[in-house]
Write a protein that binds this ligand. Structure first.
Ligand code: NAD
Length: 311
């Protein structure tokens, strides 16, 4: 397949590197010139459980410099950058281009709809982790999976081709008719852990210091799941609860990207995670007091460019 990745940071580079390694024609599109230059001169350095290697059979450039219309465009910017990125890549979306979003949060399909019809949008979630460790260098350890579906809910040969390409690259991808359940379950997990760690300026395992930490995280996750149910989406509260408790015990030292963004003075995905949940909750009359308070606290930190804990 001819695949372009719009937003080739941690996740985009991991996916692009693995897809290129599996023999797909991959173009990475980003605006981080140091990253693009490093890939252009030395290839992409990829570190996974399968070891370290340099991937050289891919191209990396700014979106405006690309001319080839891909079969599949994977959007992997942070959610708040989707619209600007798409505006610069609009010329690459041809009549047979499909666009995939595996970004966290809600509203990712709505951000794509102005430039590509719903039947050519794939939406899903991924549990693969990735970190950019320097220009041209990406690291991912542990196992993950992808669950995705066409945004209009229909199976199609193009969906099957995309699922096959991702699985063939080692990314363990499945078509899933309850993809919206998977999206909301991940939003519940992220809405609980990301802002809590951000406000506390602590890694995920710090939430286990006293029983109030897991209790608060679970209260937030359950608020989010109640909103999902109010919109008619089936979700598995026991599974989300297990995932939240597991992360607090196992994700030792892990700082969610929302915390990393606040510490670096960058905007966060709070609006597409807690913000979008609060907006949906209001429309459906569902109380979400913990989710809303966390949203307000992160907005305050973000608006003032404050590091949590700064004087
Ligand atoms: P990242 O910040 O590492 O990468 C985003 C990239 O988008 C950056 O390289 C940035 O330069 C680029 N970008 C920003 N504006 C752009 C524009 N206008 N045009 C082109 N490129 C632009 O973020 P990430 O960690 O890779 O996360 C991407 C998405 O995946 C987020 O929604 C995140 O929540 C989700 N996610 C991340 C992980 C993870 O472990 N990192 C896991 C699952 C899901």
């Amino acid at each position: 397949m001819d695949i372009a990745i719009l937003g080739a940071g941690a996740m985009g580079s991991l996916f692009g590197g693995l897809l290129a390694q599996a023999g797909e024609h991959v173009t990475l599109l980003d605006i981080n010139d140091a990253h693009l230059d490093a890939i252009g001169t030395q290839g992409l350095q990829l570190e996974t459980d399968h070891g370290e290697r340099r991937i050289r059979n891919l191209q990396a450039m700014r979106p405006g410099a690309a001319t080839r219309r891909p079969d599949l465009l994977i959007v992997f910017t942070k959610a708040m950058h989707t619209r600007a990125a798409l505006a610069s890549a609009r010329h690459l979306i041809g009549p047979s281009t499909h666009v995939l979003t595996l970004q966290n949060g809600l509203g990712n399909v709505e951000a794509l709809v102005p430039v590509v019809p719903r039947e050519r949008i794939f939406v899903g979630v991924t549990t693969w982790p990735a970190d950019l460790t320097g220009p041209g260098r990406v690291r991912s350890h542990g196992a993950g999976a992808i669950r995705m579906m066409t945004a209009d809910g229909a199976q199609s040969p193009a969906l099957a081709r995309a699922v096959h390409a991702l699985t063939n690259a080692g990314l363990n991808c499945h078509a899933d008719e309850n993809v919206w359940g998977a999206v909301w379950e991940k939003v519940a997990f992220n809405a609980a852990l990301n802002p809590l760690c951000t406000v506390l300026n602590r890694p995920v395992d710090a939430l286990g210091a006293v029983e109030d930490g897991p209790a608060l995280a679970l209260a937030i996750a359950n608020e989010v799941l109640a909103v999902a149910r109010a919109t008619g989406i089936p979700v598995d509260a026991a599974k989300v609860g297990d995932n939240v408790r597991h992360a607090i015990v196992a994700h030792c030292g892990h700082k969610p990207s929302m915390l990393q963004d606040v510490l670096a003075g960058r905007p966060t995905e709070i609006e597409s995670i807690n913000g979008a949940v609060v907006a949906t909750a209001r429309r459906h009359g569902v109380p979400v007091p913990h989710t809303e308070t966390l949203m307000q606290l992160v907005r305050l930190l973000q608006a003032q460019g404050l590091s949590p804990g700064a004087p």
